[in-house]
Ligand binder design. Structure first.
Ligand code: F6R
Length: 240
């Protein structure tokens, strides 16, 4: 794993945005794998600025997001579809018909996961997959467990993730208890992966991942199987 340690959140966001921008310049019709949550918000802001400055063009880009709560409607302001519109898609020249997020209101969520896996296969490997990391080491919503799923699947959220995400909802009881998420294999299918982390709360998860062992109690450790992973974190996440 390559490691970029940044002074602060702003530097981390710029470093991540530059890697995504380079991929877009190299292939204007590339696929980007995207994440939600607080961590990538600064990176999205920088990408919007670059797009407005004419430095990068989203018109040919396809995006595939990692995950979505279940059940949730795309109009719910806590849905990941809503998040992506608000934080990126509504502010850049992207064709929204080429932006994919798992279907949080599918009648048959297992079938929706199969369909999503097919979409990811059809659009082709992401030039860059952007990841955040949970305090418990999750990537996407692949939570620590004795076994991890390979493909897109329905999953229950752990108590730790529900607590961590309650900050976005009116109360903890309002956090959906399930999600649809790419599996570890889906994520590892990207050509390049960048994983972002800031703040001391992420230190334990980052340290465990950097041990270089495969440990299902830290799903991010599975990234050690990939040949092109860059960890971009601030000093707080790296040093604790
Ligand atoms: C989001 C996702 C999650 C987050 C992780 C960190 O699409 O898949 O794995 O990346 O929970 O969330 P934040 O950035 O809010 O700390």
């Amino acid at each position: 794993m390559k490691l970029i340690i940044c002074k602060n959140y702003d530097e981390m966001s710029a470093a991540a945005a530059n890697i995504v921008a380079e991929a877009m310049k190299a292939d204007p019709a590339c696929v980007l794998g995207l994440a939600t949550g607080s961590t990538p918000v600064g990176m999205y802001k920088k990408l919007i600025e670059m797009n407005k400055a004419g430095e990068i063009d989203f018109s040919g880009v396809t995006t595939v997001n990692l995950d979505e709560y279940y059940p949730i409607s795309p109009e719910n302001d806590q849905s990941y579809r809503y998040f992506m519109n608000e934080n990126l898609f509504d502010h850049v020249n992207i064709d929204k018909t080429r932006t994919f997020v798992p279907d949080g209101q599918a009648a048959d969520p297992a079938a929706a996961c199969e369909a999503y896996e097919e979409i990811v296969a059809k659009v082709g490997p992401a030039a860059v997959q952007v990841l955040g990391i949970g305090q418990n080491g999750h990537i996407g919503f692949n939570e620590p467990d004795t076994a991890l799923e390979v493909k897109t699947h329905v999953t229950g959220l752990t108590e730790s993730t529900i607590k961590a995400n309650a900050r976005f909802f009116a109360s903890e009881a309002d956090v959906p208890t399930k999600a649809l998420t790419m599996g570890i294999g889906t994520i590892l299918g990207a050509k390049k992966i960048i994983i972002l982390a800031n703040g001391t709360a992420k230190h334990a998860a980052i340290a465990k991942m950097l041990e270089g062992k495969l440990d299902t109690s830290c799903p991010a450790s599975m990234l050690n199987l990939h040949a092109d992973v860059t960890v971009i974190c601030d000093e707080a996440a790296y040093n604790g």
